[in-house]
Design a protein around this ligand. Structure first.
Ligand code: GTP
Ligand code: MG
Length: 335
């Protein structure tokens, strides 16, 4: 496990790397916001123009040294700078291959940036194996000018295996050591810790602008399940979960990264009673359902085959894709 790294260390200088795909908050200086105020915003974790837009005026005025008048000025400056944002967004959005063309097709091209993609299914349906494969495929150049990039893997179940990336790297003709180097690993021990890690992740994404392309959380709910186990804690759990998902959504948009989360299932007694074909549901309730841009359910097929299905999407057709789990990672189904 010597390749493991912690997200909040190992600062490297990538300043002469790719062009940043987000607008740094320092650009507000051109709009007359002074550097001292920008420093205060950064200290509060707001490092991009988008970050300003996604923070309420109330939250901004709670920052020490930022008056309400200043908040108005900052907000106005940010919206001037952000006019190009929407068209820029469409241009910059990219998709990461899962390793299976059929699964990519189901996803509309792959795992999309600026969005949260959720896969859920019973044990051994391939959630962690897809996550490992994505660690590698993210580093490959792809369609429409996608240049490849680094990955952050947040592991809540201690199932990340760096050595698992080696045969997958071989399959794609990538250097094993380089592949391992480009995956930053962090183990989360509690749901609170999981949330704290996101601060470090955001700081890292900002520091190495445009270098990171994927953030994996495997699994999103496991620690919440442990930390909030009683019935009476459900409301609290959902509130904390909502905060985490909102943070993930912001990170995906601010830094133009894909967020990929895995989730578990629970038997839904109500559904079973109503003779529904699939009585199992993903956990996390409507909070997770709403936060995920795309939800994929996984089930076992023959041998190492797995079947993926779009779950509950209003704008995607109900279709399925079959893929295989192999030594080289996820591939199209082998009959
Ligand atoms: P839980 O986390 O337990 O809910 O399951 P999961 O959905 O994350 O399942 P996971 O991705 O761990 O998939 C396990 C499946 O992948 C098993 O069927 C294994 O046989 C297969 N698998 C795991 N590692 C390898 C490997 O190195 N080579 C091959 N060929 N298959 C593997
Ligand atoms: Mg797993």
């Amino acid at each position: 496990m010597q390749q493991q790294k912690v997200v909040d260390s190992n600062a490297e200088d990538f300043s002469d790397g790719e062009e940043a795909t987000f607008q740094d908050i320092d650009m507000l200086q051109d709009q007359g916001i002074n550097a001292a105020d920008l420093k205060k915003l950064k200290a509060a974790g707001i490092c991009t123009i988008k970050g300003v837009q996604m923070t309420t005026k109330k939250a901004l005025s709670n920052i020490k040294g930022i008056s309400e008048a200043k908040v108005e000025k900052i907000k106005e400056a940010a919206s001037k700078m952000a006019i190009v944002d929407e068209s820029m967004k469409r241009k910059q959005c990219f998709k990461i291959s899962t390793g299976s063309e059929d699964l990519d097709k189901l996803l509309g091209g792959g795992v999309e940036s600026m969005a949260i993609t959720e896969v859920f299914g019973e044990f051994r349906t391939g959630k962690t194996q897809i996550s490992h494969t994505l660690c590698v495929t993210t580093q490959m150049p792809g369609a429409m000018g996608y240049t490849g990039g680094k990955v952050v893997f947040i592991d809540t179940e201690n199932t990340f295996r760096p050595d698992r990336l080696r045969p997958i790297a071989d399959r794609f003709n990538l250097d094993q050591a380089a592949v391992l180097d480009n995956v930053l690993y962090a183990r989360a021990y509690t749901s609170e810790h999981q949330m704290e890690l996101l601060d470090h992740v955001a700081a890292k994404f900002h520091e190495e602008a445009g270098i990171f392309k994927l953030l994996i959380v495997d699994s999103i709910m496991a620690l919440f399940r442990v930390d909030f186990s009683g019935r009476g804690e459900l409301a609290d759990r959902q509130q904390k979960l909502a905060q985490m998902l909102s943070r993930l959504q912001k990170i995906s948009e601010e830094y133009n990264v894909a967020v990929f989360v895995t989730n578990q299932m629970t038997a839904d007694p109500g559904a079973a009673m109503s003779f529904q074909a699939d009585p199992k549901k993903p956990i996390g309730g409507h909070i997770l359902a709403h936060a995920s841009t795309t939800r994929i359910s996984l089930r076992k097929g023959r041998g190492e085959n797995r079947i993926a299905k779009i779950f509950d999407s209003p704008d995607m057709p109900e279709s399925e894709a079959t893929f295989s789990i192999t030594n080289g990672g996820i591939t199209d189904a082998k009959e």
